[in-house]
Design a binder for this molecule. Sequence first.
Ligand SMILES: Cc1ncc(COP(=O)(O)O)c(C=O)c1O
Length: 390
Amino acid sequence: MSLENTDKTYVLNTYPRNYVNFVKGDNAKLFSDKGDEYIDFTSGIGVVSVGHANKQVSEAICEQVQNITHISNLYLIEPQAKLAKKIVELSQLDAGVFFANSGAEANEGAIKIARKYGEVDGEPKRYKVITLENSFHGRTISTLKATGQASMHNYFGPFPDGFVYAKDIDEIESLLDEHTVAVMIELVQGEGGVEPLDKQKVQTLAKLLKEKDILLIVDEVQTGVYRTGEFLASNLYEIEPDIVTLAKGLGGGVPIGAVLTSKKDVLKVGDHGSTYGGNYLVTRASLEVISILEKLELSKTIEFFSKKLDELASKYPDVVTKAVGVGLMRGLRIKDADTLSTIITNSFKEGVLVLKAGRNTLRFLPPLTITKQEIEEGFERVEKAFYSLC
Ligand SMILES: Cc1ncc(COP(=O)(O)O)c(C=O)c1O
């Protein structure tokens, strides 16, 4: 049986899978079993922040697993404690950290902290969490319900109660009531279409929520760990959320999620947990990832990537309606969904991986370590995909 058929026979069909077989990576390059080379403008959907096969990270992982991979959270875990300290320092928040294994799980933790805060903090009990209609917060039952996109709620009910959707950031204030305990937002909506929220409006909202003792949860699963240029997008927006969630780029490829909160005493022993969360393997890897990213001169990469993106947008005004995004979380709004899917297919044929976001956004999430030469090569190939439309 071919590998493709083995996959089709035994793996549940939940992804629109492309049957290329990548066998080797090198920073922003991927190589298939057929010897074809691809530029990776996706970094595994914002995960491989330090590039593929990063030597420093892989050596740290090898060394770690030869000593201890996992012991459970019932014992002290040296790299976990060090990673928590590092994340808190870089976040510039006065926070504590809980480690999970994914973005959705980090968001579950955030919702639990908010709900408990609303339960023990006087009467009436507060439980409502307001999110945005175009948001994406994960695929577990609660985070799916927290996700505001109605199409995601077609099956799987009944869902937990208490999620309320605002059409946009302006509508949030009118939805706050005595039962509202938190507002959860992405500062740059990723899956929703690479849509940055307005900084001024976010700051005004943050101030209002502080006054009302309503928690601000910022889902930085996609924007966090330097994706927007700063350690947190919250740093870029100059706000201090009560809760921040991280995942994706934090591990550079190992599954890790984290919840940071300034409400350090809400969760007590036994309130929350995870068997794997923050084990030796992932926290050691993440420490290494952060030590690499901390030293990067990201602003030059961002500037060069932006220039190439703007050039492409201005060359094809009939196809691209707008260049969007922040840092290395970028997109091109394409005139319609069919054209977008042709561009993605043709880009792949030309040897470059790109992503879709929302209905009609061509999304770019390259490794943060991408080189100038890799950016140039990637854009040459994307441009060929655009050219083939003409
Ligand atoms: C903003 C945001 N939140 C949560 C998630 C869910 O993360 P995970 O797939 O790791 O559960 C994602 C994934 O794309 C995301 O972009």
